[in-house]
Design a protein around this ligand. Structure first.
Ligand code: HEC
Ligand code: HEC
Ligand code: HEC
Ligand code: HEC
Ligand code: HEC
Ligand code: HEC
Length: 350
């Protein structure tokens, strides 16, 4: 039994036709017309599922594997959950196991196959664009400068998978779809695990509050809807999705009325960040030496927001403390009146 997916088989049939004479052509053609649908719907990953979904056929259901990039040793389950795989990003009808596990292309599978397959290469044949974007992003450059491990394709895409195998391991083959709400939720936590401050400030804002209520469908933005997926750049870079030139387009994907004043909305409010207030104070202190910096800080919508927030808290505090003081004084007055009245009645009794 030689394993070739049927997509390639149809190509073979088509090229074979050129060499056939007419009667043979007609016979092949009619049988192909009748057979094709059967072939197409027969489930092209059949031979792989045949072993990899059945414990008794596999004999070896767990294997220790060394990650070719990080050198980590993990125990991986050889068992596949067909439903989970089919729901994953690569589980469609026109995608085959051997598109990724290429050294099994055309292999004879009757007795199984060789043990150590080549690591799957996401980049060379399918996804060279994300790879290029990713490697050029200032994200990767800065991570390298800060001596942080730069995640690889499989770290982000399968590391964020919530599809556990029978061993309780996440399998790199079950890459979740980008539109999947649960997966989108996990990406917020993943970015936030390194960017705690920005995660907190995101939660102080309309978008972050909506997603924290569990609405993580594509109509509410998570980190990557604004910052991009692979080419993450600082907002001061004109090419950044949140940079001056592109931010109207980015917000406009959801807010049809987005214009230059709309995008002044502060995405990461620092209202609860003590350090931001410290930088404000420092700018005021240094006003003489560096007036330009003070101007820049004052013009920043972030500062206005913080001032409004402080005023708001101030007004609340003032209102409640006045209310408290007022009640206290009223209470004293009542007690005093009561005493006086008691005094009078005592006198009257005498
Ligand atoms: C006759 C049964 C059988 C069939 C058919 C089969 N496999 Fe396997 N496969 C196994 C067994 C048993 C193992 C685990 C032991 C080993 O690695 O030799 C395994 C291991 C694997 C591994 C892990 C290899 C590694 O490097 O650790 C991959 C990937 C894999 N199979 C993919 C496939 C794909 C894709 C197909 C269909 C093209 C397929 N298998 C068809 C029996 C089978
Ligand atoms: C989108 C690419 C992709 C497709 C499609 C795919 N796999 Fe894999 N598979 C991977 C990656 C990545 C790994 C992790 C090991 C590696 O990097 O080579 C893996 C690992 C495995 C393993 C070892 C267990 C593990 O979790 O490491 C088995 C078994 C396996 N695949 C079988 C299959 C079978 C059977 C199919 C078809 C039903 C399939 N794969 C389809 C990418 C894929
Ligand atoms: C730092 C995390 C990260 C790394 C590393 C990463 N990606 Fe992504 N990628 C994402 C996010 C987030 C998305 C959007 C959500 C999703 O689809 O999971 C995405 C989406 C994708 C998509 C879907 C198409 C699209 O643009 O929406 C492809 C294809 C992809 N990545 C390929 C790759 C490849 C190939 C690599 C390795 C060169 C890679 N990614 C590395 C985070 C990452
Ligand atoms: C493994 C940790 C890690 C993860 C995960 C991570 N980042 Fe970063 N990110 C960094 C480091 C390190 C820097 C460099 C600057 C710094 O130290 O803050 C950075 C920088 C940035 C910058 C600013 C670039 C600049 O020029 O200052 C943005 C924006 C950013 N990341 C967004 C994201 C988003 C969105 C995600 C999720 C898709 C994400 N990050 C996931 C570690 C991470
Ligand atoms: C609605 C769009 C939007 C969402 C969602 C969003 N951001 Fe931002 N982010 C921005 C904008 C605009 C800026 C630049 C202005 C600022 O700093 O507030 C920014 C700035 C940043 C910066 C500082 C570096 C820079 O480029 O200025 C980091 C780091 C960052 N965001 C991380 C995140 C993380 C992590 C998440 C998810 C928890 C997230 N962002 C969600 C729009 C967004
Ligand atoms: C993925 C879609 C999406 C993107 C991208 C997006 N937003 Fe939103 N935004 C929403 C949703 C959903 C809400 C909450 C529901 C509502 O109030 O309409 C919201 C609410 C808001 C609000 C609260 C006030 C209001 O209109 O209800 C502001 C302000 C806002 N967004 C600004 C921005 C800015 C600025 C950007 C770009 C940096 C942006 N949004 C990007 C979907 C998005």
């Amino acid at each position: 039994m030689v394993y070739k997916p049927k997509r390639k088989l149809t190509v073979n049939v088509a090229s074979g036709l050129k060499r056939l004479r007419l009667p043979a052509f007609l016979v092949t053609f009619t049988s192909a017309v009748f057979l094709l649908p059967v072939i197409l719907f027969a489930g092209d990953n059949g031979p792989c599922y045949e072993c990899h979904t059945k414990q008794d056929k596999l004999k070896v259901t767990e294997k220790a594997k060394v990650d070719p990039v990080t050198g980590e040793i993990n125990v991986a389950s050889m068992l596949i959950d067909e439903a989970i795989y089919k729901a994953s990003a690569h589980g469609g009808e026109d995608f085959f196991c051997i598109d990724c596990h290429q050294d099994l292309d055309g292999a004879d599978l009757t007795e199984g196959h060789k043990s150590n397959l080549k690591p799957v290469d996401c980049i060379t044949f399918c996804h060279d664009d994300p790879a290029e974007d990713y490697l050029q992003s200032s994200h990767v450059k800065l991570m390298k400068e800060n001596n942080k491990d730069v995640p690889t394709c499989k770290d982000c895409h399968s590391g964020l998978s919530y599809h556990y195998t029978s061993l309780g391991e996440k399998s790199p083959r079950d890459v979740p779809k980008g539109v999947d709400p649960l997966h989108r939720k996990l990406t917020i936590e993943a970015c936030g695990s390194c960017h705690q401050d920005h995660l907190e400030s995101y939660r102080n804002n309309a978008h972050g509050q909506v997603t924290s209520l569990g609405h993580t469908t594509t109509d509410v933005p998570v980190c990557f809807d604004c910052h991009g997926k692979h080419k993450i750049l600082n907002s001061s870079n004109p090419e950044s999705k949140v940079g001056k030139e592109r931010i109207i387009e980015t917000c406009g994907n959801c807010h049809a009325n987005a214009n230059a004043s709309f995008v002044k909305h502060v995405e990461h409010p620092q209202i609860k960040n003590v350090n931001y207030y410290k930088t404000l104070l420092a700018a005021i202190k240094n006003a003489r030496n560096n007036p330009d910096n003070l101007k820049k800080v004052i013009k920043n919508p972030q500062t206005i927001l913080c001032i409004v927030f402080v005023m708001y808290v101030g007004i609340l505090a003032f209102t409640f403390s006045s209310f408290g003081l007022h009640s206290l004084l009223c209470w004293f007055a009542v007690v005093r009146d009561e005493r006086k009245r008691k005094g009078h009645t005592d006198e009257e009794q005498h």
